[in-house]
Design a protein around this ligand. Structure first.
Ligand SMILES: *Cc1c(COP(=O)(O)O)cnc(C)c1O
Length: 386
């Protein structure tokens, strides 16, 4: 027998891990640093580590109370009803739930290109079609309502990523409101704020709640994750915050016990540990600034915990950096074969990454004033990582 026709589906390509790379190259893992998956360089919140330890002996039970407690804590923090918080197995799991709730077969979603691959993957699992709008390199990947609306053709869900992965740009709340206003009543605008903690922009939840001078809307949802600022990528925990009008759909679409006991307890502890998040954000801002100032190639301004760098030949540069012990993300699979993405690390990691990159650029030949054109690669597979 065979599975259903999966020819339109592509495998998710995660950033490469230290163990994996070290084994492949026959080297000691201690020689490497990994700045390829936008993970937290300070690790998880110590409070979350403690919570996971304490919870270990009770994982025989289904996570009912923990799930409710975390939902309530998040709802209280955002000032929304518990029903509006859709906990999930990572932000990716929350995307699945939104699609389960929204998509009829052959409904379409509109996603940014370049962009995060899982929007399209998940839509296809749910028998949806995938259309794209372009973020133009010539315009520094600027995000405006017009660029989205030009491509919009009645899709059921429109994705905005703010800050955007892998470019680091954001979109103003007024522009988001314009998108929501100009799209059909039955079109949901999902604002993916996976990197929201690192950005100097407000959450689009203001539109859902009708705060800050915006009218309350029932067609804007936000996505958040514990994988980045909270350092819990390994436990898989994220959520959507949706409008109150249809928050109750969660009960009918979620996989029972959508987040594990360990994830919920870790999440509760991490959510309370402001100090860890503040330290993480502070490190990120310093690292971002340092990379922009010291890398000998064009570095786009970024509001995320990473920067996008124009290096000319991303595959060659990423490969050579890896040989020298620094694992970064080759953005060819995002449709940007001229760029690498470097996650903001600790001071020492960031310095080593910059030193290594500059040496590699010098050895391989610098891109002309850092602005080398992407070689056109229409066949680049549509895959990316977190
Ligand atoms: C990391 C990321 C997510 C969510 O990742 P999870 O680990 O599944 O929570 C969502 N969107 C973007 C753009 C991301 O980079």
């Amino acid at each position: 027998m065979q599975p259903r026709d999966l020819s339109d589906h592509v495998a998710y390509q995660a950033g490469r891990g230290i163990e994996e790379v070290a084994r492949e190259l026959g080297r000691d893992p201690a020689e490497f640093i990994k700045l390829a998956s936008n993970e937290n360089p300070h690790g998880p919140s110590p409070a979350a580590v403690e919570a996971i330890r304490e919870t270990a002996s009770s994982v025989n039970a289904y996570p009912k109370a923990a799930h409710a407690d975390l939902t309530a804590a998040i709802a209280a923090e955002w000032g929304v009803d518990d029903s509006q918080v859709w906990l999930a197995n990572g932000g990716d799991g929350a995307l699945d739930y939104l699609h389960r709730a929204m998509l009829e077969p052959d409904d379409a979603v509109l996603v940014p290109e370049p962009g995060f691959a899982y929007y399209g993957m998940s839509a296809r699992f749910h028998h949806g079609a995938v259309e794209t709008y372009a973020l133009e390199r010539a315009e520094d990947f600027e995000q405006t309502a017009d660029s989205v609306l030009e491509a919009y053709d009645g899709e059921r869900v429109v994705y905005l990523t703010s800050p955007h992965n892998p470019t680091g740009t954001t979109i103003d709340l007024a522009e988001i409101e314009h998108v929501a206003e100009e799209t059909a009543e039955e079109t949901l605008v999902v604002v993916d704020e996976a990197y929201g903690e690192f950005a100097a922009v407000d959450s689009a939840l203001a539109l859902t709640q009708g705060r800050d001078g915006f009218d309350a809307r029932d067609d804007v949802a936000i996505l958040r994750t514990f994988s980045k600022a909270y350092g819990l990528a390994g436990v898989r925990l994220g959520y959507a915050v949706v409008p109150e009008a249809w928050g109750d759909a969660y009960a009918r679409v979620n996989t029972p016990f959508a987040a594990s006991e360990l994830a919920c307890r870790a999440g509760l502890a991490a959510f309370d540990d402001d100090e860890h998040v503040e330290r993480t954000v502070e490190t990120t801002l310093e690292s971002r600034e340092y990379m922009r100032e010291t890398i000998d190639a064009h570095v786009w301004p970024s509001e995320g915990n990473f920067v996008l760098v124009a290096v000319g030949d991303a595959a060659a540069v990423a490969e050579e950096m890896q040989q020298r012990g620094v694992i970064v993300r080759d953005c060819t699979s995002f449709g940007l074969p001229g760029c690498i993405r470097i996650t903001c690390g600790t001071d020492a990691e960031t310095e080593r990454a910059v030193e290594t990159l500059n040496a590699v650029l010098a050895d391989l030949g610098l891109p002309e004033d850092g602005a080398a054109e992407d070689p056109a690669d229409p066949n680049a597979p549509e895959v990316s990582d977190s």
